[in-house]
Ligand binder design. Structure first.
Ligand SMILES: C[S@@+](CC[C@H](N)C(=O)[O-])C[C@H]1O[C@@H](n2cnc3c(N)ncnc32)[C@H](O)[C@@H]1O
Length: 291
């Protein structure tokens, strides 16, 4: 079978099964599995594909038809120009989380100018996406990635090595701050924030393939924020910042949790879809000393 014909056939099968982005998914799976680029579809559309490759692609299409996301099938995805491996214990990093990284970059640069050997802590690090993207763009920092999932921590370490940051990134298995020692200039977290009762209504790609631990924020979705806000004070450097990703409707409630623990809201940032997505807090007594 020829390349263009194979892509068209895969697209038709995915579309028939109601997969929303059938054309994109078909192209991505076929080209990635063959080690080709998008432009190759134009240049090499007539290229004959070996039977063994067609069989491999058939396996991938079957997985997609069972609603496994494309990047899980491929085993990796890009996040702010980093190549990140995925594993069963890791959430697939979302483009909206790049907004959290972007919001922290200028604040991190400001910290790096006044602090020698600045440190960041990523609570619920998963693939290491947030910590590694920040370390990549803030070369003065070292980072600690915490997770309760050993599988996620192993993957985060692999990703740090893969992206040349193995020397600046360590991992720790801990229930939020439980085993964390020391203080950090930036504490960041994209914790699980979905209400338990909402999880069965999520898209199959999410509820069947992202780990439950990465999604479930408890009855009201706010368990992690309460745990993080109540313990962060012992681990935040004077003049440090704490930033969290939130669900689109959690700005008021999460802000109230942090205010009750002695923080003030420094800034709130919306995602690419215009939803509230990132909150940055400072300690009340630090207000005048920071950003
Ligand atoms: C929404 S995912 C975020 C993953 C990654 N930081 C990202 O943004 O792509 C939340 C992460 O928190 C971890 N987690 C859940 N409960 C935890 C806990 N009690 N202590 C530490 N990590 C936890 C999960 O295993 C998961 O990796």
């Amino acid at each position: 079978m020829r390349l263009a014909q194979l892509v068209a056939q895969c697209k038709a099968r995915l579309a028939e099964a109601g997969i929303a982005d059938a054309a994109f998914d078909a192209r991505m799976l076929v080209l990635s599995l063959l080690g080709l680029e998008t432009k190759d579809l134009l240049i090499k559309g007539d290229q004959e594909i070996a039977a063994a490759d067609v069989a491999r692609i058939e396996g991938a299409i079957r997985r997609r038809l069972a609603r496994e996301p494309v990047h899980r099938i491929l085993g990796e995805r890009e996040f702010r120009n980093l190549r990140l491996k995925l594993s069963p214990g890791t959430l697939e990093p979302r483009p909206d989380t790049e907004v959290l990284v972007e919001a922290l970059l200028p604040l991190g640069q400001e910290i790096a100018q006044r602090v020698s050997s600045p440190r960041l802590l990523d609570l619920g690090t998963g693939t290491g996406a947030i910590a590694l993207a920040l370390l990549h763009e803030l070369p003065q920092f070292t980072g600690l990635g915490v997770d309760i999932s050993t599988d996620a921590l192993e993957t985060a370490k692999v990703n740090a090595d893969l992206n040349g940051m193995g020397q600046r990134f360590t991992t720790l298995e801990s229930w939020w701050f439980e085993h964390v020692t020391g203080r950090f200039d930036i504490i960041v977290s994209n914790p699980p924030y979905i209400e338990t009762g909402v999880i069965p209504q999520l898209e199959p790609e999410v509820r069947m393939f992202d780990p439950h631990l990465a999604l479930d924020g408890g009855k009201d979705g706010l368990d992690a924020y309460r745990n993080i806000a109540s313990a962060a004070g012992d681990h935040l450097e004077h003049g440090g910042i704490i930033a969290v990703e939130i669900g689109y409707d959690q700005k008021q409630t999460v802000t109230a949790i942090f205010i009750s623990c002695g923080y003030t809201l420094e800034c709130a940032v919306r995602d690419y879809g215009g939803n509230d997505r990132v909150l940055v807090f400072v300690r009340k007594s630090d207000d005048s000393a920071t950003v």
